[in-house]
Design a protein around this ligand. Sequence first.
Ligand code: NAD
Ligand code: UDP
Length: 311
Amino acid sequence: MRILVTGGAGFIGSHLCERLLNEGHDVICLDNLFTGSRDNIIHLMDSHRFELIRHDIVEPILLEVDRIYNLACPASPVHYQYNPVKTVKTSVMGAINMLGMAKRVKARILQASTSEVYGDPQVHPQTEGYWGNVNPIGIRSCYDEGKRVAETLMMDYHRQNGVDIRIIRIFNTYGPRMAENDGRVVSNFILQALRNQDITVYGDGSQTRSFCYVSDLVEGMIRMMECDNFTGPVNLGNPVENSILEFAQKIITIANSSSKITFKPLPQDDPKQRQPDISLAGARLGWKPLVALDEGLVATAGYFAARIGKG
Ligand code: NAD
Ligand code: UDP
């Protein structure tokens, strides 16, 4: 098949492009290289079945493809809050442009949505039936509400125009090729531990997250794209939940680091708890994550160690 991956030069997108190429597909990576980089896909450039198009998804484009994975959107709070208006445009106009293309060329389209549609959740763990607790006017809203509108657009193009859609809600995912400067907890803590610097826990560290290794996520994405008669939304994530303080301690141990933990102010609207209920993905896709947290963190720490010359 000819497959378009928007945001394909980013962290998750680059792993997806690699996997799709390995499966024998033609892959077009569309990216404006805002948070992604050529480094992430340089090893794919030699393949005659791989193509990079430098393009901003906010502008329309027409490509003849069979599948569209719509991932283009900065994902870390530091990056999506850098230019919040652009973040909303990327999610909303990007979804409209990709859905318009899907409608015209009759492609199936998968939208990368997020656990952030649940906001600071009052239902725990989060099931797909939960409508969420999102602040519409806070500093995370440009991302959360942008993704919620992207989901709405997907459903409306499906109901109104019969577009073949899939929606996945991705929970915190980590692995090699996360950007060093993206401010997310996994990259921050690993880099701090490798450099024996203080580990910056925001708040008292009692807030929780559940971390999924990128290869598990990519498997779930492809299963969802290729399954029949199921639009989703479906949660994809690893249900093993850790407090951020426990997570900091785990990383110090894995990196064999002499770092100390230091506490910084908790950012506004930081969700207090997050854990996916993945029963639906299990039932409909036969999917569950396979990579244990320690195993995935060792691989990720190895990647960052090589990046900063400590490998
Ligand atoms: P990332 O920042 O590494 O990748 C995003 C990619 O989109 C980058 O390559 C960036 O350059 C590109 N991009 C951004 N704006 C663009 C625009 N206007 N036009 C074209 N390209 C643009 O982030 P990621 O972690 O790989 O996330 C990928 C997708 O998965 C995003 O849609 C994100 O919202 C979603 N997601 C990720 C996580 C996670 O934990 N990583 C969790 C939930 C959802
Ligand atoms: N966090 C932290 N220290 C850091 C970076 C993040 O304690 O250096 C916390 C952050 O406040 C949040 C959790 O780790 O509670 C996950 O943050 P991240 O930005 O990775 O993702 P998100 O909040 O979007 O889930």
